[in-house]
Design a protein around this ligand. Sequence first.
Ligand code: MG
Length: 277
Amino acid sequence: MSEACIITVAITGAVPRKEDNPAVPVTPPEQIESTHEAYEAGASLVHIHVRNEDQSPGSDPEKFAEIQEGVMKHCPGMIIQFSTGGRGRELSQRGAMLGLQPDMASLATGSVNFPTSIYENPPDFVDQLASTMLQYDIKPEIEIFDVAMLYNAASLVRRNLLATPVHVQFVLGIPNALPARRSLLEFLISELHDVLPDATWTAAGVARHQYTVNEWCLELGGHCRTGLEDNIKYDRDRLASSNAELVTKIVEVAGEFGRRPATPQEARQILGLRMAA
Ligand code: MG
């Protein structure tokens, strides 16, 4: 009996532009269409950023609402996760769309250096975002960009700002942050089991590390994340033609690891989310 794997598709992100890969969806209609293709390919969770007209990172709650409505209509049951990530956005804008009550939202539990900037998540800001998510019954995906963030998540639980079971994502391969090393991932999983025993986990590998990390997750019992946000290429020699193509790459190999893509209903059960209406 194979074990279900939640495949997250991170469709857009803050960085890649159409000039880098024309398949990057940047308008809400493009984002809904790209999500639908990925859903048909086997993704059960979509991670969403919005963009401004010039493709810079956006924060317009109306765009989040438009994508949320389109995904709910065309991708029944799919888990919708909004990004509260920082690139190009003021702290005050980063939780501005949480009133839309997506199923999930990302929550980084500390600050870290990115390639050319600081990803700022001051302690009081983390507490405030966590508290808002609790208030709206939004399950956070705890983003672990550096090791301390794992223990900070356990601290949120102790302080009743984060409900259990917790879901975490280890982000590997961003220059200046955690490297994509299997030994490190194994250490992080071991520590997670120690400090948050009932937590579920996934990992994201950035750029050329994406598929390598997907295989580690399939083998080590985690869930998977792919998508053009993290990596615009299919392999070393060509650009990915769509988000769906990257999802398919995982689906095709999952069986070799005794895994299969989770249905949206299974994904909701695994994460303890309410079933979609
Ligand atoms: Mg993101």
